[in-house]
Design a protein around this ligand. Structure first.
Ligand code: MG
Length: 157
């Protein structure tokens, strides 16, 4: 067994869609980024890549590469899962936390779990997603951005 950790932050801005775990969430702002800026998916990918010592998504999908402009992070996650599989690893489980003051995300969490699990080719019960606020403190508390943490356990086949 191997474990990995991922962390990501994106800035909230006007005129962008808010996509978390592949779910399009109605909100007055969205996350800024080269891809769809799905901060949750990015943290999960970095946790998986970290567990396999395969670097990070910045190395795999550079934001200087036009191929990844507006990219669907669920497709990138699928690619990461395939990469792990090619190296003989299987996803054990993933646990992630979204840090956001707003919007309220609890209703969207089941769909996020389903989307992440589907992209990784595992059952949804292997994927946990939680959401918390930081009590109005710091950049998440002020609504400047959203952060996500993830840990992943992978097994050598
Ligand atoms: Mg990112």
């Amino acid at each position: 067994m191997r474990i990995g950790h991922g962390y990501d932050v994106h800035r909230l801005t006007d005129g962008r869609r808010l996509i978390l775990g592949g779910v399009n969430i109605p909100f007055e702002k969205g996350l800024l980024g080269h891809s769809d800026a799905d901060v949750l998916a990015h943290a999960v990918m970095d946790a998986l890549l970290g567990a396999a010592s395969l670097g990070d998504i910045g190395k795999l999908f550079p934001d200087t590469d036009p191929a990844y402009e507006g990219a669907d992070s669920m497709l990138l996650l699928k690619r990461v899962a395939e990469l792990l599989e090619e190296r003989g690893y299987a996803v054990g489980n993933v646990d992630a936390t979204i840090v956001a003051q707003r919007p309220r995300l609890s209703g969207d969490i089941p769909a996020m779990r389903e989307n992440l699990a589907k992209a990784m080719g595992v059952e949804a019960d292997r994927v946990s997603v939680k959401a918390t606020t930081e009590e109005r403190l710091g950049f998440t508390g002020s609504g400047e951005g959203i952060a996500a943490h993830a840990v992943a356990l992978i097994t050598e086949q």
